[in-house]
Structures are given as structure tokens and as C-alpha cells.
Design a protein around this ligand. Structure first.
Ligand SMILES: [Mg+2]
Length: 179
């Protein structure tokens, strides 16, 4: 199968790293688990949307991003079983190089750069399955849909919308076995 895998908050903890980075910068104490909307700036009462999103363009942020538990193990397992794994990400072009070097290839050195797709429109990409925490990336896609649980999508009814909710990478692996 061709397995499409989102990057941010599906294989690594960008939002958590971003919130911690913002707390240090702005002297705030926002807990990542309490950010239940897609836009984390809504949880920072003293920080504007622009100030929050400007941090995503700082190279140092990406030094602090860590893989989610089990991701490298299960990605390697899927690849060794013969699946083609493609990372599909929508990231600001200004930080693409540092993000690839300091996050993707640092923590997932077995991923070849030719298996990275950068796009603002994931539903245009063809594959057998997409694993993603962003509901909008799954809704119109012509692939099996695994919704990776994140605080911002917890109240979304995955089943009603033709998706399978997965809470961890063991869930992802089991769900892929059933496809
Ligand atoms: Mg994501």
C-alpha cells in the first residue's frame, strides 16, 4: 500500500513544542493539553495570532520538536513489510530545510527525502491511506482515513465522517492491517 503520513502532531509533537517555546518567549504558562482549537493562539490571552504564528518561522523551534512514542518503530515496521510510506506535510517554505534536517531526518533517518511530499492540498495526493490529525486533510481525500487524536480534534465524530480514530501508533498499525 501507499501510506501517506502527516508530520506535525502525527509523528512528532510540533504543537506541544510550539506552546512550550511560546511560554518561554512570552512568560506564559499554557498547557498543551488545554489547547482544544486548531489555532493555539486562542489559548494565549496576552499573545496575538501574528506573534504566535511568527514563532513557526524561527529555526530554533524545530530543535525542540520530538517524535511521538512508537512512531519510528511502526514506520520502519510498515516499510519493512513492503509498504511505501510518504510523509505529506504543509509547512511554511521558509523553515522547510531546517524542519527536514532537525526534525524529520534527525529522528527518522530511514525516510528518504524522495518520500516527502510538500503540499497545501493533501486531498489531491493519491494513496491508499492517510494518517493525519487535521480533519480538513482527511475529509475530501480519496484514501482510507485515520484521524490521529489531538486535543483540537477530540470532539470530532470520526466514525460519522468515514474516518477511523487512532490514539497512538499501535492503533495506527492495527488499523492499517485491517485495510
Ligand atoms: Mg498535523
Amino acid at each position: 500500500m501507499i501510506i501517506l503520513v502527516d508530520m506535525d502532531d502525527t509523528i512528532e509533537n510540533l504543537t506541544e513544542a510550539w506552546i512550550n517555546y511560546a511560554n518561554k518567549r512570552f512568560g506564559t504558562a499554557v498547557n498543551a493539553a488545554d489547547v482544544t482549537t486548531w489555532d493555539p493562539s486562542e489559548a494565549f490571552l496576552s499573545v496575538s495570532h501574528e506573534e504566535m504564528y511568527a514563532l513557526l518561522l524561527e529555526d530554533e523551534l524545530y530543535e525542540t520538536v520530538e517524535p511521538l512514542e512508537g512512531t519510528a518503530h511502526y514506520l520502519q515496521k510498515l516499510i519493512s513489510e513492503g509498504h511505501e510510506v510518504f510523509i505529506v506535510t504543509n509547512s511554511p517554505y521558509q523553515v522547510m530545510k531546517v524542519k527536514m534536517e532537525k526534525v524529520l531526518f534527525r529522528h527518522f533517518p530511514f525516510i528518504d527525502w524522495r518520500h516527502v511530499i510538500i503540499t497545501g492540498s493533501k486531498p489531491l495526493i493519491r494513496g491508499d491511506v492517510l494518517i493525519d490529525d487535521g480533519v480538513h486533510n482527511l475529509l475530501d481525500g480519496d484514501y482510507a482515513k485515520l484521524l490521529f487524536t489531538a486535543p483540537h480534534n477530540r470532539s470530532f465524530d470520526a466514525k460519522e465522517n468515514g474516518m477511523v480514530r487512532v490514539n497512538c501508533w499501535e492503533d495506527v498499525y492495527k488499523a492499517i492491517e485491517k485495510i
